[in-house]
Design a protein. Structure first.
Length: 342
């Protein structure tokens, strides 16, 4: 796939996910790349796969970051939800070092709204392993905002979970299908890792994370800011570690008396295939020795065969049974539950 084709494909996805301004921005960027804009040289000579590297989101993040950092001309464009070729070219040339920095690393998103998808999976695990508590290990956790899933409250219309009076956030989503099992989900401990963790207390880290949220989604911006504030107050953060090494360490510390849960959301595509095989092998080998008083669960929300969203999948040992629990919007706006309630 060519770089401009990737940008246009990502623009279509932005439109589908409710971000028409970001879509127009990426379409315009594709046109400017085709036209040989001066700032586009590093993109035209991109050595990797632009789609796998999320190249369009790297550029969108750089532009949004420049606006967040105080670029007045870009702020006018973003407020009006309009940008033309001349202003885009000028901004990307003006912020060349920032663009170069953003092109060198993968985008990071850590919307706590993903917890509205994962919650059903945690309740399913709690129901199947009751009365055991959960020991949760998350990989690719960024700022660790979804580590706090059991601290949030949820309102799905037909059913609710958590204490809205005490929770730092109440998450809403359109729920389709029956509710998940009505189980008490106790978390004994929660730990997480990321190759480049975001520190909620660090202003530079916060700004970087916010820059990757599409600018025409202010509700997401506000939700992430509130979750970052909570994480900063509570000292919540992810350890700096590779996924495979972290899973090895977490499994070595695993103890009876709880269900161990490995979880992740929209991170698998960024993990090297050899590392993916390593993690899968570790889970399989450990699962084959799992006992009823120390079950092992693998909960993941990742891209799959579904055409309209990601798939929430659970593998549980002893037994190693895998089932698809739900299909959900990538931004957590809706969840279509498919698993039996018990």
């Amino acid at each position: 796939m060519t770089v401009p084709a990737h940008f246009r494909q990502q623009a279509d996805q932005c439109r589908t996910l409710g971000s028409p301004f970001t879509a127009r921005l990426l379409d315009l960027a594709a046109d400017r790349i085709d036209a040989g804009a001066a700032w586009a040289s590093p993109l035209n000579h991109w050595a990797g796969d632009p789609r796998a590297d999320a190249l369009a989101l790297r550029l969108a993040g750089a532009l949004h970051r420049a606006m967040l950092d105080g670029d007045a001309e870009l702020a006018e464009c973003y407020a009006a939800r309009q940008i033309d070729a001349a202003r885009m070219d000028a901004a990307l040339l003006r912020h060349g070092p920032l663009l170069a920095r953003y092109l060198q690393s993968a985008p990071q998103t850590n919307d706590p709204q993903r917890s509205a998808i994962l919650l059903g999976g945690f309740l399913q695990i709690a129901s199947l392993t009751r009365p055991l508590p959960l020991d949760v290990c998350e990989i690719g956790a960024s700022a660790g905002l979804n580590q706090c899933w059991f601290r949030y409250a949820y309102d799905f219309g037909a059913w609710r979970w958590g204490d809205t009076a005490r929770a730092p956030l109440t998450l809403h989503a359109d729920w389709h299908g029956p509710p998940p099992p009505d189980a008490t989900s106790r978390v004994r401990y929660s730990t997480a890792c990321d190759l480049a963790p975001i520190d909620a207390r660090n202003p530079e880290d916060r700004q970087r994370l916010l820059s990757y949220i599409w600018a025409d989604q202010p509700e997401r911006q506000e939700r992430v800011r509130r979750a970052l504030d909570f994480a900063a107050r509570e000292g919540i953060c992810a350890a700096r570690a590779g996924a495979g090494d972290f899973v090895v360490q977490a499994l070595q510390k695993r103890q009876a008396g709880a269900a161990f849960v490995l979880c992740h959301s929209i991170v698998w595509q960024y993990i090297d295939p050899a590392e993916q095989q390593r993690i899968a092998g570790l889970m399989e080998a450990t699962g084959n020795t799992a006992a009823p008083d120390a079950p092992l669960a693998w909960l993941r929300f990742e891209s799959g065969a579904a055409k309209d969203g990601g798939e929430l999948t659970l593998t549980l040992w002893p037994g190693g049974k895998t089932q698809q629990l739900a299909v959900a919007d990538y931004h957590g706006r809706w969840v279509r539950w498919a698993a039996p309630s018990d």
